[in-house]
Every structure is written in structure tokens, then in C-alpha cells.
Design a protein around this ligand. Structure first.
Ligand code: M6R
Length: 622
């Protein structure tokens, strides 16, 4: 949570707009990480100037005016998702540190020992003006600066005292032209420019200014000026070869491109996003996962797979379970990452843990990855964000390549996660000899049809949007599915809850009679995801019976079914069609009408689709 941006450029003879431009543009692209308040700090001669406001970035822009200038060469900025202290102006970042407010600091994460530090600093005469944990870090760095006279050394000494998770960025009156940053369990990347350098929670902060980035490891301190970036470790030793990488995200991907919301844009990008996930995976007739660095002999020896993830990524994991068990015959469990870690799971060197995360920064998933590795398990990460913590701390990574996902509600990354799980499943089946080469080739051939089929579903978005508009006053919607339709039902319900604030629940259709059917009364909208009639016949027949059962009790049945499936027609109030594909691949198509439905319903209700209340895109606290 919280987005952080930093800039160090050349000193201009006259006041310049560049540092504040970079900070504000960076914050605009990071606002998806939290939008309770926003603020910036600059150096104006001898004065550290902090401007901050509760609420969205727009409030800050209004205070700063049209083209805000600074006399200095540096800026830091922050967009907040509140943890300690209400979302007020005073609790917004940056925070001043020092007796004269000679330092400004922004923080992402949680400082667990802040209360003790605050008491200590108050005894030393430092004045606190907020309820945040972050202000203790600001005074601590300022006190160390007073002692050492070196902002890098001050940051290092201060972070040695901190417990918890943090990314910190600081500027100081006595270090003009310099931004110093540090990280532990919280994201930070450096953007390398020409005559200017950047810092960000992720590359979106500076993607329009440079395509070259540096990864910063745990407990490293980075000192950034216009001409130099110096990375040091916790002992102050310089890291001479920090990992550089090229940013493959296009700045245009972080713009709405004519759509009403990022979510709408990302839904409509799904055909090309999935094509990008699939691109280049088959070579010489066999599946190549070049980012797969776990030894094949290890993959042959595993006897259990545990998929760990949260939210939408966990739904992708539930789809993965059906495919991996079917193709590889390896027992596969799916577990919410936060539950996995605290229940003493049975994990051995023969367990393969698959961590799924769009951001690669979800703290619950990261902690579960660490826990699994401590038990000797190998971890494969399925992630979208290069350079993020989860792939870096895993044994192997398979990237989604769906481009930046900005809307809080995950859509295209969900499809990318499912495809990546299929690729992993097929790769395991290939390495372990569970499937013949021609079987894998046939499955891949069908997967390659999926982008065109996704486009067919998107081409019918109008029908779903009309339905959503007609249902704008709905107060509760149920979603039912069986087999891979079950995670799709869960995902449809999650989308509606998180952006349209409508009570929604997803159930396994077979579970209906064991309780949930009591919820069904006259007019209750129920989405039913129907499997292909060309797959297992009994599965299809059971779901058609479910439609009849809820309809008999007055439900309004909204049915997602394959083209040509006429069995559903007599029992459906509305039928939304998807093209025919294998049962296991259907989740890539059937979820799309549910995404469109939630997006349109939230839009007609006048809600902020991309930044729903109380949420942040990337949950970097436990
Ligand atoms: O970045 P991650 O994939 O690890 O995020 C996991 C969840 O927080 C995320 O999928 C969340 O549930 C989305 N807001 C759902 O749309």
C-alpha cells in the first residue's frame, strides 16, 4: 500500500517545474496503491517545503496550483493507504523530521516499534504532530543526520533501529540535490535517467522518463543525485553491481486510452494480454519456460503442489488445481497465503509451492513464500511485475507479460495468471512424462485460440452492459458454478463486491442444497456458469438442474453458456454466450461477462471504478 516517488535532477538557475512534475505524474500513476491522502516535499533554499492534503491527489494538485515550481533539484512524493492514524492532512506524508523541520520523509509499510521510538524521541525534545508510525522514522533519521552530517549514514543508522516493513525516502536541508532511500520488506526501484534519477514503489512512478531500472535488495540504502546512484548494504559497503533491468512496460499502458476507467480498458485488453502471456512459449514442438530455473530432476521428484495466493490470484490458483491435477496427477492444494503461513502446513523438499501474485508485493504471499522456503520447499512465482519481491525471493519465476494493471480490481492479470498456471501444469506434465508431446501440442493449439475467443466475448460486451444497467438497483447477487466454474463464480462475486459495493456470494453449485438455497426468493438474481455440453455430460446436466432448482424458487437466472447449448434456454431469463472450448479452458472466457457486468454496474452507479473505497491495489501489509 502507499505509493512513493522520488526525483533528483540538476540544479537550475531559475525555479523549475521538473521535480514537482515528475513527483505529481508519478503519484498519479501510483495512486492505485492508496488514495487516502497525497503529499510532496521539495527543498526551497534553506527550507524543506511540505505540501499535503487528505483525499485524492486532485486535492493536492489544487493546493499546488497549475504548474508548481521549485527552487531546488529534488522532490519526494507519497500517496497513502492509511494504517496508523486517520486519513487527515496531518497524517498525510511527507513528515517533517528534526527540531527545525530540516528533513522530510515518506514511508510505505508499518514500523512495529514506533511507540518506543516515539517515547525516546519525545524525551529528546522532538515534537510529534501526527498519529503515524512514520513520523518517528522522520525524527530518527534527522537525529542521526545531526550526529553524522551524512544523510546516507543517517538513513542506515536509523533503519537499523526500525522493526517492521518499510520503504523510506528522505531529503534534508543540508544535503541539497540528494534523495536517500532504504527498504525492508517493502518495494523500491530506481529509475536511471540522463542527468536525473528516479525512485519509485514500482516502475510506473517513472516509466515515461526512463526504461532502465535498478533493483534494490533488502536492507540496502540508495543515495540518488542527478548524476549518480550509489547503493550500499546495511554495513555501508558499496554494492558495485546492483541488478539492472529494462522496463518492458510502455508508458501508454498506464493511460486510460479513451476508456471511462482503467478497469474497462484492462478488460478490453485481455485478448492481446493473454496472447502476450502465451507468446514464445513453444519452441521446436516443446514447451519452453525460460524463466523456469528449478532443476528438472527436482520437478520430477515433487509429490505435492501447494498454490498460495490472495484474492483474485487465489481464484486463479483454484482453477490451476483442476488443470494441474488432471494433467500431472500431482495432489494440489490451494490456500490463501495468510492462512497457509499460520497453520503449520506440511511442507517438505518434495513440495512445490506456486505463489501467484500480480504485483509480486502482496505481503501475505511474500511471507508465505519465505515460510515455504524455510521448510525446504521450492517456490515458483507466477507474477506480473518484474523486479518485485515475490519472484526475486522465489526459486523460479514465470512472468505474465500482461502489462501494467492499474485498476484495483484485477482482470487481465487474472487471465494471465490462469494461462501461466496452465503453462506450468503442461511443463510439469512434459518434464514428468504425464502427457505425450502430441497431447501437449493439441492443448497448446487450443490455448492459442483463446485470444480470438476472448475477443468474441468482448465483442458482445453491449449485451452484458445492458443487463448491468437494468440491474443497477440490485442489492444482492449470487453466483453459482461447478468444477472450474466454481472459482469463476467466486471471482464474479468478488468483482461485484469490490467495485459496485453490492452484496454478492459465489457458491459451488452442488453446495446450494446444503444451505445457500435458503437465500433464494422471488426476483433474486443468480448467475450460473454452465460447463460445456461437449465435456463431461453429467457435469453439464447437474448444472442445468441447478438452474431449474433456483428458478423454481423465483430466482432471476442469468446464465453463461456455450454457443449452441440449447438445454439452458427454457430455464434462463438471460443467456450470455461464450465460444466453445475445452472445459478446463472455459474460465478464461466465462469470467469476462462477469467482469464487464461489475464494471458497468459500478459505472452506472457513479462509483469510482478504479479506486474503490477502502482498497489498495497492492496489499503490502499483513
Ligand atoms: O498483487 P496480487 O495478485 O498478489 O494481489 C492479490 C489480491 O490482493 C488481489 O487479487 C485483489 O483481490 C484484487 N483487488 C481483486 O480484484
Amino acid at each position: 500500500m502507499c505509493g512513493i516517488v522520488g526525483y533528483a535532477g540538476p540544479q537550475h538557475p531559475e525555479p523549475t517545474t521538473r521535480p514537482l512534475d515528475v513527483a505529481l505524474q508519478g503519484l498519479a500513476r501510483l495512486e492505485y496503491r492508496g488514495y487516502d491522502s497525497a503529499g510532496v516535499a521539495t527543498l526551497e533554499g534553506e527550507r524543506v517545503q511540505v505540501t499535503k492534503r487528505a483525499g485524492k491527489l486532485q486535492n493536492l494538485r489544487e493546493v499546488l496550483g497549475e504548474n508548481p515550481v521549485t527552487a531546488g533539484a529534488v522532490a519526494i512524493g507519497h500517496t497513502r493507504w492509511a494504517t496508523h492514524g486517520a486519513p487527515t492532512d496531518g497524517n498525510a506524508h511527507p513528515h517533517h523530521g528534526g527540531y527545525d523541520g530540516e528533513l522530510a520523509l515518506v514511508h510505505n509499510g508499518i514500523i512495529e516499534n514506533f511507540a518506543a521510538l516515539r517515547a525516546e524521541l519525545e524525551r529528546d525534545g522532538y515534537t510529534f504532530t501526527s498519529d503515524t508510525d512514520s513520523e518517528a522514522a522522520a525524527h530518527l533519521v534527522a537525529r542521526e543526520m545531526q550526529r553524522t552530517g551524512d544523510l546516507t549514514a543517517a538513513m542506515r543508522a536509523a533503519t537499523a533501529r526500525l522493526e517492521g516493513a518499510f520503504t523510506l525516502l528522505a531529503i534534508h536541508r543540508d544535503a541539497p540535490g540528494t534523495v536517500v532511500a532504504a527498504r525492508r520488506n517493502s518495494p523500491l526501484v530506481v529509475g536511471l535517467g540522463e542527468g536525473e534519477n528516479f525512485l519509485g514503489s514500482d516502475v510506473a512512478a517513472f516509466v515515461d522518463a526512463t526504461q532502465e531500472a535498478l533493483e534494490i535488495d533488502q536492507d540496502q540504502v540508495v543515495t540518488v543525485t542527478a548524476d549518480a546512484v550509489t547503493v550500499t548494504d546495511a554495513e555501508g559497503q558499496e554494492i558495485t553491481d546492483p541488478r539492472r533491468y529494462a522496463i518492458d512496460w510502455d508508458a501508454r499502458a498506464a493511460q486510460k486510452g479513451g476508456y471511462a476507467s482503467f478497469m474497462a480498458k484492462e478488460i478490453h485488453e485481455q485478448a492481446s494480454a493473454v496472447a502476450d502471456t502465451l507468446r514464445g512459449r513453444i519452441e521446436g514442438g516443446t514447451l519452453q519456460l525460460d524463466d523456469m530455473s528449478v532443476d528438472e530432476s527436482v520437478l520430477r521428484s515433487i509429490d505435492k503442489i501447494v498454490v498460495i495466493a490472495c484474492g483474485t490470484a487465489a481464484h486463479a490458483g483454484s482453477v490451476a488445481k483442476y488443470a494441474i491435477e488432471h494433467w500431472c496427477r500431482i495432489p494440489t492444494e490451494v490456500e490463501l497465503a495468510h492462512e497457509f503461513r499460520y497453520r503449520d502446513p506440511v511442507v517438505t523438499e518434495k513440495t512445490l509451492v506456486v505463489a501467484i501474485s500480480q504485483s509480486g508485493e502482496t505481503m501475505d504471499t511474500l511471507m508465505a513464500v519465505r515460510h515455504a522456503r524455510e521448510q525446504g520447499a521450492k517456490v515458483v512465482a507466477l507474477c506480473n511485475t518484474r523486479g518485485s519481491s515475490i519472484p526475486r525471493e522465489s526459486d523460479a519465476a514465470l512472468y505474465l507479460h500482461v502489462g501494467p494493471e492499474i485498476a484495483v480490481a484485477s482482470t487481465k492479470a487474472y487471465l494471465g495468471q490462469i494461462i501461466a498456471s496452465y503453462l506450468l501444469g503442461l511443463y510439469l506434465a512434459q518434464v514428468r512424462g504425464n502427457l505425450f508431446a502430441d497431447e501437449i501440442a493439441a492443448l497448446m493449439e487450443d490455448l492459442e485460440q483463446i485470444p480470438a475467443q476472448i475477443q468474441q466475448v468482448l465483442d458482445r460486451a453491449d449485451e452484458v452492459e445492458q443487463l448491468a444497467r437494468a440491474m443497477r438497483d440490485a442489492t444482492s447477487v449470487l453466483f453459482l458454478g461447478r468444477h472450474v466454474g466454481y472459482p469463476t463464480a467466486m471471482e464474479g462475486a468478488l468483482k461485484l463486491k469490490e467495485i459496485a459495493y453490492i452484496h454478492a456470494e459465489g457458491f459451488a453449485a452442488g453446495e446450494l442444497k446444503h444451505g445457500p438455497i435458503a437465500l433464494v426468493e422471488e426476483g433474486q438474481p443468480v448467475f450460473v456458469i454452465v460447463p460445456s455440453p461437449h465435456g463431461r455430460e453429467s457435469l453439464h446436466a447437474k448444472v442445468v438442474s441447478t438452474i431449474q432448482e433456483v428458478r423454481a424458487r423465483g430466482a432471476k437466472t442469468l446464465v453463461i453458456a456455450e454457443e449452441g447449448d440449447e438445454d439452458v434456454v427454457p430455464y434462463s431469463d438471460v443467456v450470455l454466450r461464450v465460444p466453445r472450448t475445452r472445459t478446463l479452458f472455459a474460465p478464461l472466457l466465462t469470467v469476462i461477462p462477469l467482469q464487464i457486468f461489475a464494471c458497468e454496474l459500478a459505472t452506472v452507479k457513479g462509483l469510482d471504478v478504479d479506486q474503490p473505497r477502502n482498497l489498495a491495489k497492492s496489499v503490502t501489509v499483513e
